[in-house]
Ligand binder design. Structure first.
Ligand code: G3H
Ligand code: 13P
Ligand code: ZN
Length: 311
């Protein structure tokens, strides 16, 4: 099967009350762990690449890894640019074989966000590529940009119809209280996601796919594994998985997960080094890290996203 866009995946997910996992990839073991899990569970899949990942691993290497994943599996896979911040970056990914791009103009004024998104949509659609846009601003860290909680803002449902109509975007990321990174909610807080905003947005945009960024759960098992093996992460809470499952039953069709992969990988590598300090064969720590990613993604697909068996 060739790389696909997210169009059919999202329609099926919306109608079926589940979501597609969009997992960030940076190297071969991450691509393999994710795609093996999705293939075993017959789940559609989005592999996403940030501009930082593209700088780290190089466009061609990432393309070839994803092409290998497509060749080795029987599931629909979309290749998506995560948090594109300029027209030029989006164009470069479209020209280079991505099937989906995000243009993130959420830090811009409303009208500037519309103008930039519209420009990307026109180019993308002319090349058979779909576009995710963002309205509202998440807190947390992505690439070098750190948005404080005070500078974050929920999506205003009054704006979404106008924004989607004028930009022509294919899916919309909204801010309902999730945030990027491993420190989302302070321990002891009563975690609330603004499902009222999600439902209000869905009412204004019937059938339109909504995207949730910052949706890692900061799984305690991996935080503990890191700290038990010489790490020093602060206590923090992520998005509770039952809430994500609920979002997937509603209008959310794409759920972005990166931090949980990082925690699983880092915890596993730290444990190997702690248990075997003399180890210096990369396969002996990257192999178990790949296994941990596979298990984690199996869990997400089955227990959080509900996309198993939907390929
Ligand atoms: O939302 C951002 C993703 O976690 C990607 O992170 O920009 O450090 O690759 P990165
Ligand atoms: P997390 O940091 O919660 O994994 O969010 C990832 C994300 O939104 C990528 O765009
Ligand atoms: Zn994000």
């Amino acid at each position: 099967m060739a790389l696909v866009t997210t169009e059919k995946m999202f329609k099926d997910a919306y109608d079926g009350g589940y979501a597609i996992g969009a997992f960030n990839v940076n190297n071969m073991e991450i691509v393999q762990g994710i795609t093996e899990a999705a293939n075993e569970l017959n789940s559609p899949l989005i592999l996403q690449v940030s501009s930082g990942a593209r700088k780290y691993a190089n466009h061609t290497y990432l393309m070839k890894l994803v092409e290998a994943a497509v060749q080795e599996t029987d599931i629909p896979i979309a290749l998506h640019l995560d948090h594109g911040d300029t027209f030029e970056l989006c164009k470069s990914c479209i020209d280079g074989g991505f099937t989906s791009v995000m243009i993130d103009g959420s830090h811009l004024d409303y009208e500037d966000n519309i103008a930039l998104t519209r420009q990307v949509v026109e180019y993308a659609h002319a090349h058979g590529v779909v576009v995710e846009a963002e309205l509202g601003r998440l807190a947390g860290i992505e690439d070098e940009v750190n948005v404080s909680a005070e500078d974050s803002s929920y999506t205003d449902p009054d704006e979404v119809e106008d924004f989607v109509t004028r930009t022509g975007c294919d899916s919309l990321a909204i801010a309902i209280g999730t945030s990027h990174g491993a420190y989302k909610f302070k321990p002891g807080t009563d975690i609330k996601l603004r499902f009222d905003i999600l439902d209000e947005v869905a009412k204004r945009l019937p059938g339109f796919p909504i995207v949730l960024h910052g949706a890692s759960s900061v799984i305690p098992e991996f935080v503990e594994m890191i700290n038990a093996n010489g790490g020093a992460l602060e206590d923090a809470l992520g998005c509770p998985e039952p809430m994500l499952r609920e979002a997937a039953r509603r209008a959310v069709c794409k759920i972005n997960i990166d931090s949980d992969l990082r925690l699983a990988m880092t915890g596993t590598v730290r444990r190997v080094f702690n248990e075997s300090p003399a180890e210096f064969d990369p396969r002996k720590y990257l192999g178990p890290a790949r296994d941990a990613i596979r298990e984690l993604v199996r869990h997400k697909i089955t227990d959080v996203l509900g996309s198993d068996g939907k390929a």
